[in-house]
Design a protein around this ligand. Sequence first.
Ligand code: ME8
Length: 504
Amino acid sequence: MKSKYYITTPIYYVNDVPHIGHAYTTLACDVIARFKRLDEYEVFFLTGTDEHGQKVETAAKNNGVNPKKFVDKVSENFKNLLNCMNFSNDSFIRTTEKKHIKSCQKIWEKLLSNGNIYLDKYSGWYAVRDEAFFSESEIVDGKAPSGAPVEWVEEPSYFFNLSKWEKKLLEFYESNKEFISPKSRRNEVISFVKSGLKDLSISRTSFSWGVKVPNDKNHIMYVWLDALTNYLSACEYSNEKNNEFFKKFWPADIHMVGKDIIRFHAVYWPAFLMAADLPLPKKVFAHGWWTNEGNKISKSLGNVIDPFQLVNKYGIDQIRYFLLREVPFGNDGDFSNSQLINRINSDLANSYGNLFQRVVSMIFKNCNEKIPLKPNNFNKEDITLINSIKNNLNDYRSLIDEQKFDQYLKSIWIVISNANKYVDEQAPWALKKNNFERMEVVLFTLVETIRQISILLLPFIPDTAEKILDHIKIPHDQRKLKSVGFILNGNIKISLPKPLFPRI
Ligand code: ME8
């Protein structure tokens, strides 16, 4: 039986158009999902939109439309991003969907019947931009720690008894060292929990755009309880007739988030789940933040990076590669056009693209338009090159499981560079005249290496890697991680290649 793998992105607020930050998180998930499928896992890859709350309600008002109409329109932009970036999600959840609302009410009732919710009154600060409550001591210069403006709120509210879960959370972090990754985030969360947790307000009464609290029509659920529950809704938590899907996929293997929302995912969410007697996700990974040429990305600064424009200008795989290669995943990164162009020209056009172009052209011109038949007289250099990927598959698996995308790519580019060096050293154009048979071995070795590299690159640059595998006629059922280990048979007719990555 196949192992299952459930991976999620945050669900994005529909107060605004998607930007590069949203594309980044979903891209990381897409690469993991594609890798796991390549490794024959049964994958459920979820993304979606967060459509309730004061922030979205205000955005709708500012646009002069009712919230439902507004969210229907804006969530389409997020769906369009999926196509634009070639994302392979299996499902897209919207928090205005019936099945999600049912899930929210189900978890609420469970929390209530387990004695974890009580009615009281909230008075304190609220930041609409963060959709978060803050106590007096957290306010910095009259603002939330994120810099978001705050407003004073006083209203009746249901509370979740978060303080009761402090010890259990710390025990859980202790026995599940990987739960919060990377390590720096783990330390940050642990010290936050150790500093003492206060009960959490989980309902609002001063506006109405949200999921109704069961049996109390004056309250709507706090948008974060609503939003986090999407991870359950999408895998059929509220489907009373058939819970096979839920049983199979829950708990999630990884929730991928940005560092801004780690507290919600690594503190509130596991506490809600424990309190509702549900299993906890295996990992929350909080990646870093992109800036634009050194500046914080924000609509008010007018420097939001539009992924649609970038892809149009540079190409999908170019952007996918750059985002995951440029910055070690987990760190903050700065988006710079000149760095992007450098990466495209040096890594994609001059290294990988050029390797493919020159090897396949030489085969086309010198070997009667056919990849030579698999030889049986490889020398030491040939074998070293051929084995460099195939003998290290477990290392690639670990790098994906540790979300070390840049290292994965670096390691493949070492093989690409070695293959380019091997071309220069073996000089097949010279062998053509005096040792035709050896030339065939060299070209076979190279095309076999390109085959392995391209399979490993399928998760990152799927269009280009598929194009290469199509070009050398690798059957679709041999584009799996396990097929890296079988060596090509050769004797395959090919055509003259076109450049894969135009230089910029
Ligand atoms: O927080 N760099 O939604 P959101 C990197 N609805 N990543 C960035 C980024 C940047 N500059 N800007 C945004 C919400 N992101 C909630 C989530 S989940 C149950 C509810 C990414 O639309 C990053 O993943 O504000 C961040 O966590 C997310 O977008 C925030 O998206």
